[in-house]
Design a protein around this ligand. Structure first.
Ligand SMILES: Cc1cc2nc3c(=O)[nH]c(=O)nc-3n(C[C@H](O)[C@H](O)[C@H](O)COP(=O)(O)OP(=O)(O)OC[C@H]3O[C@@H](n4cnc5c(N)ncnc54)[C@H](O)[C@@H]3O)c2cc1C
Length: 231
């Protein structure tokens, strides 16, 4: 309707949205679907350059990743080539690599004759264990006292730098907000009236204004709605 009345529309894109993951040999997200993680940290890298990091909660879906820290991170990916973006998840951000290695070594020493596949129950959520075992390339049936230092280091690096390649944003229908919309240059910010059509007022999501998580988007809706209403 706004376009028909002569307004220009800034490209509409999803923001604060889940991310789709490029799957490789193992369909990681399908395997981990439904797994919700607390106290993890993530880094978003574009061509290996850090663009965002965060700490908190995230979850795996059948097509990728979602949850608070992913949604927040997604707002930093607009206008970037999303196919060049990687997420690095640190499943144990409270432990340095050395401390995590010490911890794993202690677990292994406690039960020397355990198979590797049964040795991670204390360290990781159940759903994550088969995926980590597969990606660690350590024989699942190996006794833990036969695991070499190199294999252990590989496991530690995997847990601290779990890498996923991003394929795309999640669907706009599922996004918390829409980036883009009616060009703000064509709206009088004091009244919210269109500069092109007298008596036409805009408010909220429809305008090319959006914010970060934390109530900013509701604030935009309320403030612009209030202003438009008064005028
Ligand atoms: C799951 C979810 C969680 C969110 N959480 C937060 C949060 O925690 N904090 C925050 O700040 N923001 C949050 N948001 C964003 C926030 O809800 C929106 O930015 C805000 O509601 C936008 O308000 P609005 O009035 O502009 O648009 P909307 O709330 O989308 O209202 C538009 C209304 O217009 C109606 N409509 C559409 N077309 C027509 C038509 N042709 N005729 C008549 N009616 C029509 C729609 O049915 C709708 O009721 C969240 C959004 C989602 C989806």
């Amino acid at each position: 309707m706004a376009k028909k009345l002569g307004h220009s529309i800034i490209d509409i894109r999803p923001s604060l949205v889940s991310l789709k993951v490029k799957e490789k040999d193992l369909n990681i997200c399908k395997e981990l679907q439904g797994l919700s993680l607390k106290n993890v940290s993530i880094k978003l890298l574009e061509n290996n350059k850090k663009i965002y990091d965060d700490f908190g909660e995230m979850l795996f879906t059948h097509f990728g990743v979602s949850g608070p820290i992913i949604l927040s991170g997604s707002a930093h990916l607009r206008d970037r080539n999303i196919k060049d973006v990687k997420i690095i998840i640190d499943f144990k951000p409270a432990l340095s690599e050395q401390k995590l290695d010490d911890r794993i070594l202690r677990d292994f020493e406690g039960e020397k004759n355990k198979d590797f596949k049964n040795s991670l129950n204390e360290l990781l959520p159940q759903k994550l264990i088969p995926v980590i075992i597969y990606l660690s390339k350590i024989d699942p049936n190996k006794k833990v006292n036969e695991i070499t230092r190199e294999e252990r280091i590989r496991l530690v690096k995997l847990l601290k730098n779990f890498e996923l390649d991003i394929d795309d944003f999640g669907d706009i229908e599922e996004a918390i907000i829409t980036a883009g919309g009616i060009n703000i240059k064509e709206i009088n910010p004091k009244t919210m009236e269109s500069k092109l059509v007298k008596g036409l007022y805009f408010a909220g999501e429809i305008i090319d204004v959006d914010g970060y998580t934390g109530g900013f988007n509701l604030q935009i809706a309320y403030s612009t709605g209030y202003t438009a209403g008064l005028n």
